[in-house]
Design a protein around this ligand. Structure first.
Ligand code: NAP
Length: 475
C-alpha cells in the first residue's frame, strides 16, 4: 500500500513531515497513515507537471493512448485487490467496489482510443479570402480534485482524457480516500507514464493546497468533482487567474414513475438508482415521484426489497450495503430522516440509526413526505428513498424541476412519446428513460443548473482538456 506523496515520479514524504490517518468506516479504526501534502509540496507538484508538459504534449497520440491502454490492462488484472482497497477506505460493499474498478478502468480504455481523435478543422473562409485552420492543443497543467464516493472512477474520468489530450496533472484526492488514488499513481507509473506527468497530492488542508495551485499562473485548468458548495468556492478562486474549469457537482435526482410504467422494471431501476454505492452517488435517486394510483404498490414493493438487503462491513463478501463513509455523513442522513418523520412522513422500513460501532444507516423508505422537507431539497447521500405522490405529466415535471440541481433524472413510463416529452422537459444533463443507470465512459456525463459546468466521458470529455487554436492562412 503506497502512503507517500507521488511527485515527479517519486514517492516522497510531505515536506512538513506531517501525516494523517485513513479510517475504516466499518469500525472507525485507522487503516493507514498517509503523507499530508502542504503548499510547498503543491508547488513542487506544479513544478514537476510543468516540466513534464512539453515532452508529454509532443508524445505521439498513439503512444499516449498505448500507455492508457496498459493502465486499463493493469487495473483489470488487479481488480480484486483494488476493489478491496476501495472497500477498506470508503466502506462500500465489495460488489460495488468491483463495479467501480471496472467502470474506472473503462475510462482508461475509452480515452486510450480517444487519444488519436483530437481532430481539427480546415475550411475556406466564407469570403474566400483565406483558409480557416483549427488545431487542438493540450490545455496544459491541470489540477484535478476528486471526492471520496468513487475514489478510482472520479480519478480515471479526469486523468484518462487529460493524458489523452497531452496534459500533465496534479490529482488532489479526497482525504477520506487517498489510498486508491495512490494505488492508481503506481499503476500509471508501471504503465509507462513519464515522471511528472501524473502527480498525486493527498492533503488534509485541501483549501490551502488547491488555492495555492490555482494562484500559480502555470496552472491552466481545474477539473473538480464534489459538492456544489465547494465548487462555488473554487469557481471564485479560478476566476482570479481565469483558469479553465470543469465542474461536476451535486445532484438531487428525481425518479418519476407514471401509472402506466412496468412496475417490475421500475422497482429494479429504483434499486439500482438508489442503492448503487449504498446511495452515496451524485446520480442517486433522491426524490421518488410516483403517480398516485400505483404509489401504494410501488412503495410496498420497494420497501420489501430494501428491507432484504444485507448490511455489514463492505469487505465481507455477503454484504450488499456497507457503512457510510464517515460520522458526518451518517449524522446528516439521520437528521434528514428525523426531520421528515417529524414533519409527518412514515418510515415503512428502516428509519433509525442502529446502535454499535461503524458508520451504518439502514436501507429506509419514507412515504407521505411533506413537500417542503429538507430531505427533498438536499442530497441525502445515503440509503434512503423518500416517496411523494403526483397526478399527471405536468405535475411530475414541475416537481422534478423544483430544485437548484440538474444532474440526472429517471423516468419510467410505457408511453414512449411521454417518455421523450418528459425527458426533454426535465432540467437535467442526463436522463435514464426506463433505466436506473446512466453512467457510461462512452457518454457525456454532467449537469446543468447548479450541478455543474462541462462534461466528462464520451468525446466531450476529451475536448475539456483541449484548446482550439484558429490559424488564418492563405494557400
Ligand atoms: P466535497 O466536500 O466537495 O469534496 C470534494 C473534494 O474537494 C475533496 O477532495 C475535498 O478534500 C476537496 N475540498 C473540500 N473543500 C475544499 C476547498 N475549500 N478547496 C479545495 N478543495 C476542497 O465533496 P465530497 O463530500 O468529497 O463528495 C460528495 C459530493 O461530490 C456530493 O455533492 C456529490 O454529489 C458530488 N459528486 C458529484 C459527481 C458528479 O459527477 N457530478 C460525482 C461524484 C460526486 P477533503 O476530502 O480533504 O475535504
Amino acid at each position: 500500500m503506497e502512503t507517500e506523496l507521488f511527485i515527479g515520479g517519486k514517492w516522497v514524504p510531505a515536506s512538513s513531515g506531517n501525516r494523517f490517518d485513513v479510517l475504516d468506516p466499518a469500525t472507525g479504526d485507522t487503516v493507514a497513515s498517509v503523507a499530508d501534502g502542504g503548499e510547498t509540496d503543491a508547488i513542487a507538484a506544479v513544478d514537476a507537471a510543468a516540466a513534464a508538459g512539453p515532452a508529454w504534449a509532443a508524445t505521439p497520440p498513439r503512444v499516449r493512448g498505448e500507455v492508457l491502454r496498459k493502465a486499463f490492462e493493469l487495473m483489470t488484472e488487479r481488480a480484486a485487490e483494488l476493489a478491496r482497497l476501495i472497500s477498506l477506505e470508503n466502506g462500500k460493499a465489495l460488489t460495488d467496489a468491483k463495479g467501480e474498478v471496472t467502470y474506472a478502468a473503462e475510462f482508461f480504455r475509452w480515452f486510450a482510443e480517444e487519444a488519436v481523435r483530437g481532430e481539427g478543422i480546415a475550411t475556406t473562409a466564407p469570403s474566400g479570402a483565406n483558409k480557416i485552420l483549427v488545431v487542438r492543443q493540450p490545455v496544459g497543467v491541470c489540477v484535478l480534485v476528486t471526492p471520496w464516493n468513487f475514489p478510482a472512477a472520479m480519478a480515471t474520468r479526469k486523468i484518462g482524457p487529460a493524458l489523452a489530450a497531452g496534459c500533465t496533472v496534479i490529482l488532489k484526492p479526497a482525504s477520506d480516500t487517498p489510498l486508491t488514488a495512490l494505488a492508481m499513481a503506481a499503476i500509471l507509473a508501471e504503465a509507462g507514464v513519464p515522471e511528472g506527468v501524473v502527480n498525486v497530492l493527498p492533503s488534509r488542508s485541501s483549501g490551502a493546497v488547491v488555492g495555492r495551485m490555482l494562484r500559480d499562473s502555470r496552472v491552466r485548468k481545474l477539473s473538480f468533482t464534489g459538492s456544489t458548495e465547494v465548487g462555488r468556492i473554487l469557481l471564485a478562486q479560478a476566476a482570479e487567474n481565469v483558469v479553465n474549469t470543469s465542474m461536476e457537482l451535486g445532484g438531487n435526482a428525481p425518479f418519476v414513475v407514471f401509472a402506466d410504467a412496468d412496475l417490475d422494471a421500475a422497482i429494479e431501476g429504483a434499486m439500482l438508482a438508489k442503492m448503487r454505492n449504498g446511495g452515496e452517488a451524485c446520480t442517486a435517486a433522491n426524490r421518488f415521484f410516483v403517480e398516485s394510483s400505483v404509489a401504494p404498490e410501488f412503495s410496498r414493493r420497494l420497501a420489501a426489497r430494501m428491507s432484504q438487503l444485507v448490511v455489514g462491513p463492505g469487505t465481507d463478501e455477503k454484504t450488499q450495503v456497507g457503512p457510510l463513509v464517515n460520522e458526518d455523513t451518517v449524522a446528516k442522513v439521520d437528521s434528514l430522516v428525523k426531520g421528515a418523520i417529524d414533519a409527518g412522513a412514515e418510515a415503512i422500513t428502516g428509519g433509525a440509526r442502529p446502535e454499535g460501532t461503524g458508520f451504518y444507516y439502514p436501507p429506509t423508505v419514507l412515504t407521505g413526505v411533506a413537500a417542503d422537507s429538507p430531505i427533498l431539497r438536499e442530497e441525502i447521500f445515503g440509503p434512503v428513498a423518500p416517496i411523494v405522490t403526483f397526478t399527471g405529466e405536468a405535475e411530475a415535471v414541475r416537481l422534478a424541476n423544483d430544485t437548484e440541481y440538474g444532474l440526472v433524472a429517471y423516468v419510467y413510463t410505457a408511453d414512449i412519446g411521454r417518455g421523450m416529452r418528459v425527458s426533454e422537459a426535465i432540467e437535467a444533463g442526463m436522463v435514464g428513460l426506463n433505466r436506473g443507470l446512466v453512467s457510461d465512459p462512452a457518454a457525456p456525463f454532467g449537469g446543468v443548473k447548479q450541478s455543474g459546468i462541462g462534461r466528462e466521458g464520451g468525446h466531450d470529455g476529451l475536448l475539456e482538456y483541449l484548446e482550439s487554436k484558429y490559424i488564418a492562412v492563405n494557400w
